[in-house]
Write a protein that binds this ligand. Structure first.
Ligand code: PDD
Length: 291
C-alpha cells in the first residue's frame, strides 16, 4: 500500500485496492487530458466545504460539456466512505471524472454509450510545518501560458506542471502566473496581495480558478472588517506589495516572503497574513473540529 493513497480507492462504482484499480490506456483522460478534478480537504474526518467543491465540479463538468455521472448524494456517499476507510483524521480527497474510454482515438466526443471514468481516493492532508510557515516561502513569477478557461478545474495541467517545476528547480514553493502584465494566480493556488493595509484579490474571471479557499478568505475579510478590494493586480503592484500570500485547500494561507529572489515587504510574513491565518484556523476549528 502506498503511504500516500488510502485503500480502498473508488473506481467506476467499486471500492477496491489501488493495484486493482485499472483504467484503459484509451481513456480520454490519458490520451487528451479530457477530464476534471477536485481536491477536498478533510478535518477531523469532516469534509470542508464539500457542497462548494461539488458545485465547482458541476460547473467544470458543464464547462467541458460532460454530464455529471453521479448525483450529489452519490458523491457525498463516496467521500464519506473514503474518509471512513482512511487511517488519518485530516485528509485530502481527490475526485476525478474523465470522458471515458472509446475503442478508438478521435478528438471529438465519444458516443453517449461510452461511460465517463470516475476515480476517487483519500490521502493524508500534508500541512505546512510551523517553522516553514513562520518564515514564509519563496515564489517566482512566470508568464501564464495556460489556455483561456482557467476557471475550469480540468486535469489538463501541463502549463501548471511546467510552471511549478520551474519554481521547484529554483528552490521555491510556487510560481505566480502573469498574463498581460496582471497577476492571475499561482500554478496551484490563488494569490492575495496586501498594500497599505488593504487586502487586494484578483477578480474571478475565466483566467483564474475560483478557489474555495479564496471564498473563505473573502468571507473572513468581510467578517473581520479588513479593508478589501477585489480588482486586477498589476505586476508592479505585486512587486511592491507589503505582503503576498498563497491560498489553497491544502496550503490554507501561506506567506510568500521572497519573489524572484527579492524580499516581499520586509522579507517576513506580514501581520495581516498572520491574522488571516489565525482567523482561518479559528473558523476551521469552529465549523469542523470535534471537542
Ligand atoms: N489546487 N488555482 C489553481 C490553479 C489551483 O490548482 C488551486 C488548487 C487553487 C486553489 O483552489 P482551492 O482553494 O479550491 O483549493 C487555485 C489544488 C489544491 C490542486 O491542484 O491540488
Amino acid at each position: 500500500m502506498s503511504p500516500y493513497v488510502a485503500e480502498p480507492v473508488y473506481l467506476n462504482g467499486r471500492f477496491l485496492p489501488l493495484a486493482e484499480a485499472g483504467v484503459s490506456p484509451l481513456d480520454r483522460g490519458f490520451l487528451y487530458g479530457d477530464g476534471v478534478y477536485e481536491v477536498v480537504p478533510v478535518y477531523s474526518r469532516q469534509a470542508f466545504r464539500l457542497d462548494e467543491h461539488l458545485q465547482r465540479l458541476e460547473a467544470t463538468l458543464a464547462g467541458i460539456r460532460l454530464t455529471n455521472p453521479l448525483a450529489v448524494g452519490d458523491w457525498q456517499a463516496i467521500v464519506a466512505r473514503l474518509i471512513e476507510a482512511a487511517p488519518w483524521e485530516d485528509q485530502s480527497i481527490y475526485l476525478q471524472v474523465t470522458r471515458g474510454a472509446d475503442d478508438k482515438r478521435d478528438h471529438a466526443f465519444p458516443p453517449a454509450s461510452v461511460p465517463p471514468t470516475v476515480f476517487a481516493f483519500a490521502s493524508p492532508l500534508v500541512t505546512t510545518p510551523a517553522n516553514i510557515r513562520a518564515q514564509g516561502v519563496g515564489a517566482i513569477t512566470v508568464p501564464d501560458l495556460r489556455w483561456a478557461r482557467c476557471d475550469l478545474k480540468v486535469i489538463s495541467l501541463l502549463a501548471n506542471v511546467l510552471a511549478r517545476q520551474q519554481a521547484v528547480e529554483q528552490g521555491c514553493a510556487e510560481a505566480l502566473l502573469i498574463r498581460d502584465g496582471l497577476l492571475k494566480e499561482g500554478a496551484a493556488s490563488n494569490i492575495f496581495v496586501v498594500k497599505d493595509g488593504v487586502l487586494l484579490a484578483p477578480p474571478k474571471t475565466q483566467l483564474m480558478l475560483p478557489g474555495i479557499t479564496y471564498d473563505v478568505i473573502l468571507e473572513l475579510a468581510a467578517t473581520h472588517r479588513l479593508p478589501l478590494a477585489v480588482r486586477e493586480i498589476t505586476e508592479m503592484e505585486l512587486r511592491t506589495a507589503d505582503e503576498v500570500w498563497m491560498t489553497s485547500s491544502t496550503k490554507e494561507v501561506l506567506a510568500i516572503t521572497t519573489l524572484d529572489g527579492q524580499p516581499v515587504g520586509n522579507g517576513q510574513p506580514g501581520p495581516i497574513g498572520e491574522r488571516m491565518w489565525q482567523w482561518y484556523q479559528d473558523f476551521k476549528n469552529t465549523v469542523m473540529r470535534k471537542g
